[in-house]
Design a protein around this ligand. Structure first.
Ligand SMILES: NC(=O)c1ccc[n+]([C@@H]2O[C@H](COP(=O)([O-])OP(=O)(O)OC[C@H]3O[C@@H](n4cnc5c(N)ncnc54)[C@H](O)[C@@H]3O)[C@@H](O)[C@H]2O)c1
Length: 253
């Protein structure tokens, strides 16, 4: 455990895309702090397995909710369910995304809209659904997951890059709107994080070595590298921080 944040004990935390990779590490990070963690994912088997494994080891059972975040009604229903079962949500981590590669000349309107729905739209609508319970509880913290990828002129995913840039703008606008209600909104921009899925789909030993070469710190980051910064931003230590972007990339930018 990187550090202890007693304020998370018995607090309700919701993580999107918590079934694998960075999201799963964040679910585990909050659960080991004694929080009541729920997570949403579309991946049924991975989600159930994670919840089952962690629930055997943590103070509160970790609760998995199977839903597609492209479906705004499903988001609202899941949030209602979490609040009814676990009490007001005090921390929301909008982590889910899909970094699908797409060729500039081949992107259709349908592809674009779906890509934005999976990478951007739910960040707004999950925050909107969670805000009433944060207000009722006297405040809360939202942490959104962006990426350094949109700053690197990478040509292979224009829609994903646009969504990740938009997450920064959305973070700042929501921080402005929700700050007076003591709801803080920040975001994290990870660099290359080696996860199982990234290894299956995009990364090779050579591409990892090339990326590490661009970093000041010469180690490949794993999902755990994002947990500490996420706990910090959601914690009382960051009580005066909102509308900020925290880059966690081993020193690329
Ligand atoms: N891994 C990296 O190198 C890296 C770098 C920069 C930013 N990020 C960001 O960090 C976050 C997590 O990335 P990751 O690499 O762990 O990804 P991942 O693919 O391992 O995990 C994403 C999770 O979101 C879930 N998900 C996807 N679409 C969904 C949908 N429609 N409804 C519900 N759940 C859905 C997936 O099932 C998966 O469990 C993302 O926002 C990503 O953009 C990752």
């Amino acid at each position: 455990m990187p550090a202890e944040f007693p304020e998370f004990r018995d607090r309700t935390v919701l993580v999107t895309g918590g079934g694998s990779g960075i999201g799963a590490a964040i679910v585990e990070g909050f659960a080991r702090q004694g929080a009541k963690v729920s997570f949403i994912d579309i991946a049924e088997a991975a989600g159930s397995a994670l919840a089952e494994r962690l629930s055997r080891e943590t103070t509160h059972p970790v609760s998995f909710h199977h839903a597609d975040l492209r479906d705004v009604e499903a988001i609202r229903a899941t949030v209602d369910h979490v609040v009814a079962a676990s009490g007001p949500i005090r921390v929301l981590v909008n982590n889910a995304a899909w970094d699908d590669r797409h060729e500039f000349d081949e992107v259709t309107e349908a592809y674009w809209d779906n890509n934005q729905a999976v990478n951007l739209r739910h960040v707004f609508f999950t925050s909107q659904a969670v805000a009433p319970s944060m207000r009722a509880a006297g405040g809360g913290a939202i942490v959104n997951m962006s990426s350094i990828a949109f700053k690197l002129n990478m040509g292979g995913f224009p829609s994903y890059a646009a969504a990740k840039a938009a997450v920064v703008g959305l973070t700042k606008s929501m921080a402005g709107r929700l700050g007076p209600e003591n709801i803080r909104v920040n975001c994290i921009l990870p660099g290359m994080v080696v996860t199982e899925r990234q290894m299956q789909l995009w990364l090779t030993e050579e591409s990892i070595a090339r990326s590490v070469e661009q970093q000041c710190l010469k180690v490949a980051l794993t999902a755990d590298a994002i947990v500490g910064p996420c706990l910090f931003l959601a914690s009382d230590c960051a009580a005066a921080m909102t509308a900020q972007s925290l880059i966690v990339d081993g020193g690329v930018l």
